[in-house]
Design a protein around this ligand. Structure first.
Ligand SMILES: O=C[C@H](O)COP(=O)(O)O
Length: 261
């Protein structure tokens, strides 16, 4: 069975009105295959609105699309101003949460071990985790891409008890929001290395079952070529996920791949 995943990370964007419009576009989008599980493939489509709009989106989205939080706290709730717990995300109907996004790593200073612990807690509470990894431009130029990505993966591995319900998102920082998408070959090279890392550090079964998705300036024009790469199992999309029709094009570029798998 082929396994695919497409996430839309809306980041800190939107208003009640623009989000209602986006949800309505997604609900009526023609997805070329049913989203969900059938005998041929499994595709998850997940959108991640800002926290304050989660309830609105969960109450209005359809077309098989699930909802994710953009972050969650490291443990049980309590006196942690501004934080949201994994239990609260589950309570409101979220199925997923994003952890390790480069904007939280590099703007808010979240460290590898903190991110790993947050993911372990969220998994324990029944959420799926979209675990983001990726190198900065200077790290790539210094030939350290694999070192950085493997170190980030190791921190997840040391905290969690297994890779079930984890989707790994490879997002080179230099490609995020810059319009400078990784070439299909650059992305495939890192995805293949991540899969090998999973084989060596978890098991062959984990390596073949875990979805490894690409993020960084994905749009409706470049998604098909990226999706054709053997180890690209979908996308985590930022800017282009704010446009319903374009996000549907991206989803359909991944479902098109299933036919050839
Ligand atoms: O989470 C999504 C990534 O940060 C990619 O964002 P982008 O598609 O706007 O480059």
């Amino acid at each position: 069975m082929a396994l695919f995943f497409v996430g839309g990370n809306w980041k800190c964007n939107g208003t009640k009105e623009s989000i209602a419009k986006l949800v309505s576009e997604l609900n009526s989008a023609k997805l070329e295959s049913d989203v969900g599980c059938n005998s041929i493939y499994f595709l998850d489509v997940v959108v991640s609105p800002p926290f304050v709009y989660l309830d609105q989106v969960i109450g209005s989205i359809s077309n098989g699309i699930e909802v994710s939080g953009q972050n969650s706290w490291i443990g049980k709730g309590g006196a942690f101003t501004g934080e949201i717990s994994a239990e609260q995300l589950s309570d409101i109907g979220c199925k997923w949460v994003i952890h390790g996004h480069s904007e939280r790593r590099h703007i808010l200073g979240e460290a590898n071990d903190f991110i790993g612990k947050k993911s372990a807690y969220a998994l324990e509470k029944g959420l799926g985790v979209i675990a983001c990894v990726g190198e900065k431009l200077e790290e790539r130029e210094a030939g350290k891409t694999f070192d950085v990505v493997f170190e980030q993966l190791k921190a997840f591995a040391e905290a969690i008890s297994g890779w079930d319900n984890v989707v790994i998102a490879y997002e080179p920082v230099w490609a995020i929001g810059t319009g400078k998408v990784a070439t299909p070959q650059q992305a495939q090279e890192v995805h293949a290395a991540i899969r090998k890392w999973l084989t060596d550090n978890a098991s062959t079964e984990v390596a073949s079952k875990t979805r490894i998705i690409y993020g960084g300036s994905v749009n409706g024009a470049n998604s098909s070529e990226l999706a054709k790469q053997a180890d690209i199992d979908g996308f985590l999309v930022g800017g282009a996920s704010l446009k319903g029709a374009e996000f549907a094009t991206i989803i359909n570029s991944v479902t098109a791949k299933k036919v050839t798998v």
